[in-house]
Design a protein. Structure first.
Length: 330
């Protein structure tokens, strides 16, 4: 009897062990299914993300207007580049500026609900559009340097005018954002002589931005130097660089010197550690083949310049400059 009872208990134990094994196997199968479903859901969410989101705060920049425009990375759809476009207003004699311009740009990750900064900067604080220096002047005119005051400005989401710029909004989905500004550029003197009319069209789209700046001389305008394209690329992106032919890449060492100087209109920079890159293209309406391209290898940025020197713009004549900047996640 004892032997039969022992055999019976052994069979029961084996049977229970078998049932436990089947249960664990089934649970593991369900776990894998849930993981696959979660990954699939996340992928589908990324596909649902829009190419661009716009947030507006009417008092977000020193109690003046601030737009934050997020444009989606071409290579990783949950990464966005957040551009800050703000109204800078300082009417002191030294600056005399009232205008909208790109202030900076940062990297963000989007989870479908919130944009979270990674801490990486794409554009450093400073100038990233256009400026010139009149012959005999002590300082530059335009953009970051001041001596420029807008006369009218318009903002667009998907080519539709934003009529109300008194009420803020958040994360308005779209394909592109643009602003168009007309301004007067003033001579560096005590009576603020009008030098030129400046028309600027800047668009945030397709993993970067495009800006076209056109100046029309009010009187004869002799220029010592005209920086038609300026891009203050942060060192978080500007680790290495090369010109359009992708040869002779150099490492930037922050020594304050000019690098990659030549008669070119395209340049590529990247940072292996942050896995970020930027491609810059510039086009001058006049003398494009003679415009010099270079990087100022500063400790805060690798600033892109493209310029011409010692030229004259006759009264009533216009001159335009186009710059296209595209960021990517490597």
């Amino acid at each position: 009897m004892k032997t039969s009872k022992w055999i019976f208990l052994l069979v029961i134990s084996i049977f229970i062990t078998f049932l436990v094994f089947l249960s664990l196997k089934e649970n593991n199968k369900d776990g894998n299914t849930n993981a696959n479903e979660t990954n699939s859901f996340q992928a589908n969410r990324a596909e649902e993300f829009k190419k661009c989101y716009v947030t507006f705060d009417p008092k977000g920049h020193k109690r003046n207007h601030r737009f934050t425009v997020y444009t989606q990375s071409r290579t990783q759809p949950n990464y966005y580049w957040g551009f800050t476009i703000a109204r800078e207003r300082n009417l002191s004699n030294h600056i005399y500026s009232d205008q909208y311009r790109i202030i900076q740009s940062k990297e963000f990750i989007y989870n479908g609900k919130k944009m979270s900064s990674t801490g990486a900067k794409l554009l450093y604080l400073g100038e990233s559009e256009f400026a010139y220096k009149r012959s005999g002047a002590s300082d530059f005119t335009g953009g970051y340097h001041g001596r420029e005051k807008f006369t009218d400005v318009s903002f667009f989401i998907d080519d539709v005018l934003i009529n109300d710029i008194t009420t803020g909004f958040k994360m308005r989905a779209c394909e592109r954002f643009a602003y168009r500004q007309n301004s007067i550029m003033y001579r560096n003197d005590d009576i603020r002589t009008k030098d030129a009319v400046h028309n600027k069209i800047t668009e945030i789209l397709d993993s970067g931005y495009f800006t076209k700046n056109t100046i029309t001389a009010i009187e004869n305008l002799p220029l010592e130097v005209c920086f038609g394209s300026i891009v203050s690329v942060s060192i978080d992106v500007a680790g290495k660089g090369q010109v359009a032919n992708y040869e002779n890449a150099i490492d930037f060492n922050r020594d304050g010197n000019r690098k990659l100087e030549g008669f070119c209109d395209k340049l590529f920079m990247w940072n292996d550690q942050n896995k970020l890159s930027v491609h810059i293209e510039s086009m001058f309406e006049l003398y494009n083949d003679y415009a010099t391209q270079q990087i100022w290898d500063d400790k805060y940025y690798g600033k892109y310049y493209r310029h011409l020197q010692y030229i004259n713009l006759d009264a009533g004549k216009s001159w335009s400059f186009e710059t296209k900047v595209t960021f990517d996640k490597l």
